[in-house]
Design a protein around this ligand. Structure first.
Ligand code: FES
Length: 574
């Protein structure tokens, strides 16, 4: 293997000269207490840290950054920690998805504009993972991902509690009058017991698992709970490894190939991952020039069994998954469905990285003949209501709803839904199809996780727990139900969802991959002609940039000017 020599380091452009320009760079490193022996002719490693007081999932990242830096120093590199947007899923409004591309841009520009030879990407809370990867793939400097790791399982009255999933479950019970205020408070205080990301198979666990299958983490890294001492040791090992990656010049686009993307998608399907992965994987694959589509998820789902028995599709939580063998063991179970020759950040192939992995608990990682879903865990629907596609997770829905025709109950936007959903006079039955408009990338804006539309209170009281619900929103990976999501094009830009009226019949047929508004083409054309585009949501700031360039869900909701693999420019150094 050809290794770089120190003069070939990118950072050498900043530090290699002893002229006026070099003086400024050297003197300011000296200002921080370092001498040339600390950094000169060594790989400079950016530790991109999404720690913030507001991101509880990354509460341990201050300490983990120190462990990464220890590893970098041990391996002969020079670490520089660089804070980046935290994208705290629970707190940032209207949705972190509005800012995923901002973190992707920040990552790319931090790497471009500073003397960086390689980077450790510290993420885990939902959008941080795809954002960091998107930026790093575009900049294409050696990059390794340090996953935050899942938090410990929650606990309430000796019952395990799962992030998100159990919130929805017990909230429905509270609305139905089956949970007291005191019990609700106890649940609130017992559900998040440690640092780390959500420990159900939500977007965080889904995207970090996809990241390991793609090849961006050390093998076994993503399943380690955040609070486990093995997580700290993995952080140091990640720091040691990035230094060698720089010398080896192992870059993101050596790792992201059509085959490794298929590996990541297959992993997502086998773990029962969040539907959000469709949007994120499409976006990050396109950054590497891999033309991934939602249909590829559907194709691969035909052959991929869902064997991770983890909530919301299953019973257990990520901590149990780790003790059962974790992602390596799961991937070994489906190794015949993977391209084992794809290279990972440790320089080895996926096949080498999962060799010898064992399953220690067959209730958590199921044998293939006992899969939760034999195949088809994620379906892409098309039809006159979603010409560019929509997704549904049949495994998270009651099977009786997989084929359903019902009259629409339409809400113009989220506020309309919030105001009327529990109105006793709302003409809704268990067979109705609830439709939410203006919840997409432009319309909401930011395509929030509103897609698990609430069941009307009067139906909850009748015992109804699932209904067909359709929107151009996303849904939290910890949610469940017969929710049709990501309808594209979205209603705000004149997608057919905008033309649905109360009482229209809508047909969902998961087996036929069909989503149809049962009105004539002429009627649809007439409604389209009468439709008036709503005014834009923003007149200034990041929102204005966002609305001018955001793509639709089927294209990954990237900014149009960030897609693709056009050469990135290096800064002039004056
Ligand atoms: Fe951070 Fe769920 S809130 S991963």
């Amino acid at each position: 293997m050809n290794r770089k020599n120190p003069e070939q380091l990118r950072s050498h452009r900043w530090f290699g000269e002893s002229d006026m320009r070099g003086f400024g760079h050297h003197s300011r490193i000296a200002q921080m207490g370092y001498s040339r022996a600390d950094y000169y002719c060594k790989p400079i490693i950016a530790v991109i840290n999404t720690w913030s007081d507001i991101n509880s999932c990354h509460a341990h990242f201050r300490q983990r950054a120190e462990e990464v830096k220890r590893g970098v120093l041990q391996a002969g590199g020079f670490p520089l920690e660089m804070p980046a947007l935290a994208l705290a899923e629970v707190f940032q409004k209207p949705t972190t998805m509005l800012y995923r591309n901002l973190l992707a841009m920040e990552t790319e520009e931090l790497l471009r504009s500073y003397p960086v030879d390689g980077c450790v990407l510290m993420g885990g809370c939902d959008k941080t993972t795809p954002a960091l990867l998107m930026g790093a793939i575009s900049m294409n400097l050696p990059a390794i991902f340090l996953p935050a790791g899942p938090m410990l399982r929650g606990n309430w009255r000796n019952q395990p509690l799962g992030s998100g999933s159990d919130v929805w479950k017990y909230w429905a019970e509270k609305r139905a009058g089956n949970i007291t205020d005191q019990q609700w408070l106890e649940i609130e205080e017992g559900i998040a017991r440690s640092p780390g990301h959500c420990m159900t198979m939500g977007t965080a666990s889904t995207m970090t698992s996809a990241t390991e299958a793609l090849g961006f983490t050390l093998p076994g890294a993503v399943s380690i709970p955040a609070a486990d001492s093995r997580h700290a040791r993995m952080a140091a090992e990640t720091g040691r490894r990035i230094v060698d990656m720089v010398w080896e010049d192992l870059k993101p686009r050596d790792i992201v190939t059509a085959a490794s993307v298929d590996n990541a998608v297959t992993a997502v399907l086998a773990i029962g991952g969040s539907t959000n992965a469709v949007v994120h994987m499409v976006a990050l694959a396109r950054r590497a020039g891999v033309p991934l589509t939602a249909e590829r998820f559907d194709q691969l789902s035909q052959r991929t069994p869902l064997i991770a028995n983890i909530r919301p599709a299953g019973k257990f939580l990520m901590e149990d998954f780790f003790y059962a063998g974790g992602l390596r063991a799961l991937l070994a179970e489906i190794s015949d469905l993977l391209s084992l020759g794809e290279r990972a950040v440790n320089g080895r192939t996926l096949g080498e990285n999962i060799a010898g992995a064992e399953v220690f608990n067959r209730d958590v990682i199921l044998p293939r003949d006992k899969a939760l879903v034999k195949n088809g865990s994620l379906a892409v629907l098309r039809g006159n209501l979603a010409p560019d596609g929509a997704v549904i997770k049949p495994a998270a829905a009651e099977a009786r709803l997989w084929k359903h025709v019902g009259p629409a109950v339409v809400f113009a936007d989220y506020d309309d839904m919030a105001a009327r959903i529990d109105d006793p006079e709302l003409p809704v039955t268990k067979d109705s199809v609830i439709v939410l408009k203006n919840a997409g990338p432009q319309g909401a804006p930011g395509m929030p996780e509103w897609g698990q539309l609430p069941i009307p209170k009067k139906l909850l009281a009748e015992g109804v727990r699932d209904m067909v619900r359709i929107s151009d929103a996303r849904m939290s990976g910890t949610s469940y139900g017969a929710c049709v999501l990501h309808v594209a094009p979205e209603s705000f830009v004149g997608g057919p969802l905008a033309f649905v009226h109360d009482g229209d019949l809508i047909e969902l047929d998961v087996a036929a991959r069909k989503l149809e508004l049962k009105i004539s083409d002429a009627e649809l054309a007439g409604r389209r002609a009468a439709w008036k585009a709503p005014p834009p949501k923003f007149s200034r700031g990041f929102g204005a940039l966002y609305q001018s360039h955001i793509t639709q869900a089927n294209q990954g909701c990237d900014f149009d000017f960030l897609e693709g693999t056009a050469p990135t420019s290096e800064p002039e150094i004056h």
